[in-house]
Ligand binder design. Sequence first.
Ligand code: VTB
Length: 331
Amino acid sequence: MAQIDPKAGLVADRNLALELVRVTEAAALAASRWIGRGDKNAADGAAVDAMRKAFDTVAISGTVVIGEGEMDEAPMLYIGERIGLGGPSVDIAVDPLEGTSITAKGGPNAIATVALAEHGCFLHAPDIYMEKIAVGPGLPEGVVDLDAPVETNLRELARAKKCEVGDLMVCTLDRDRHRDLIKACRAAGARIMLIGDGDVAGVIAVSQPEAGVDIYLGSGGAPEGVLAAAALRCIGGQMQGRLLFENEEQITRARDMGVTDPQRKYGIFDMARGEVMFAATGVTTGPMLRGVRRFAGGAVTHSIVMRSKSGTVRYVEGHHNFALKPTAFVA
Ligand code: VTB
């Protein structure tokens, strides 16, 4: 195995990005056994377990900063857990199965995902909601803003894209709490793609022309917001987020995690600074990635891996031979 100078930082190790794919592949393969079987906890558990084991083979000194919960509520990949074989000191954000309910129902767009940054570069987001707005690359900085009315954002975005508001596709989670948001988008004349779960992929879609999404709006998990910000740092695009607190206890918890201003509007660099790497593997098929296809003795996976430093986006098709692969990665 290549020797890595721990002081050289991430920059020294391009290969780390490809190592991350092994980790998301492992989680996706494990979760794929549970597609459509109606047990989201089993699907999630399998993904977490496989991802945790896969991290044991990666040459990093990693600390989980976005994970499965606090140490007392999650046995593995909990916030603060140290993972990896030893190597550069990095912070890790994980969502071993983004879309547990989707997987349980066999629906579209569930992914296994991981992001990595130099120590101290990810927002330590508590597991609460975050209001999010994101658009793709190549647009004037500040073309949309979390604090602007929906109509204004859509009008400005259409102007920048030289199209009609009616040409725009908004992506948001299909939730009752988005009733007013959806109404405002429709009143403005925009089209809407309502997704059941999976707002990491939903946000990333704004930066993938083939996904046909122009803007992501609405609230979803704050940890998912940080993962999406990491991805957009690599692939390009603009994103803002604000934590949505429902009670004092959440504010106190966030303060303990280093959030000093609960009202703060976070820009993409506030959520994922420095050099960032992102990887995801499809569990079920969506616009971004194809899902795991299993067959006798093996499976095929599709993954995306990217680095902010180079901006290279790679799609990796993995053909897995279960006769040769350690069982931990197959389970
Ligand atoms: C989103 C979605 C996730 O949580 O972040 C969502 O991307 C937000 O919570 O896949 P609600 O379901 O309460 O709206 C997930 O669904 C994961 O639980």
